[in-house]
Design a protein around this ligand. Sequence first.
Ligand code: AMP
Ligand code: MG
Ligand code: MG
Length: 308
Amino acid sequence: MATTTVMKLMGLSISAAKRAGGIIRDIMKSGQLDIVEKEGKDDLQTEADRSAQRCIIASVSKQFPNIKIIGEEGNAHTSNVPDDMLVTEVDVEFITKNSCPDYLKDIKEEDLVVWVDPLDGTSEYTQGFLEHVTVLIGIAFQSSAVGGVIHQPYYQNANGEIGRTIWGLKGLGVDGFNSKKLDSSKFIVTTTRSHFNNLVKNALDAINPTEVIRVGGAGFKVLQLLEGKAHAYVFASAGCKKWDTCAPEAILEAHGGVLTDISGEHYQYNADVEFPNKNGVLATAPDVSHQLLVDQIPKEVKESMSNK
Ligand code: AMP
Ligand code: MG
Ligand code: MG
């Protein structure tokens, strides 16, 4: 059977995320990070963010001219892309081993939106916490996050191989990581490393976890849930954007977890939504009660977020 648009897009996203990971490593090796501060406080951009975005957006838009693609680094970093930066081959293993879920079989390019965070965890990248860095490519259909790729360029396996790529598609499944069973005698929460504030603290205090894992990036935090290392990701702050959560949400939910705002509402991912996830992020691993956690977040925290 001919490959569907979504499967080809997933296959190309896997290849493009891997190439972006190589670019991120090369720029770190060169030492030429060329860091600039973006508009917001605590918001950095490096040459790796810019080049990785150029590679991903140019590659996807060349193959899928009618798909709306939104990247964190804006439109300034999507043109003048040299041919050798373009990824044209879809990931063969993905395409040959998997088939398209029925509900996505007949859809057109115009029905999809792709959200790109070319380098999630930029603060950590500049500070040498390289394991926290991920490349995120999320796919939305009818405003919902349905598919995604998380590539971790600095992950090292037991054989010393560098980089790994995790994917998920709702209705198909997930791949690229090992999941261990959660320790039910504990309740481990992962949250921000570099964007901590009082609201984030109040929400965590109310949940009273046995352990808090503070790491960078939405991608790396959701990886903690996928791998069974943390029960929940709690971030009662407005800093995350749609490109941070689209891919992680799709993969986590394809695996049986849940990702919403801190009041339990799913975010929308159509092309005209506002970028900030103003009501924070609350994600739970499979077999953890999402609603219980929503109920534990104090009303004052929820209200003070939705007033922003
Ligand atoms: P963190 O959990 O702090 O690593 O953040 C996850 C993602 O959200 C990263 O892409 C951050 O850049 C972004 N983010 C979170 N809080 C903020 C903030 N206060 N300002 C800018 N970006 C933020
Ligand atoms: Mg990010
Ligand atoms: Mg980023």
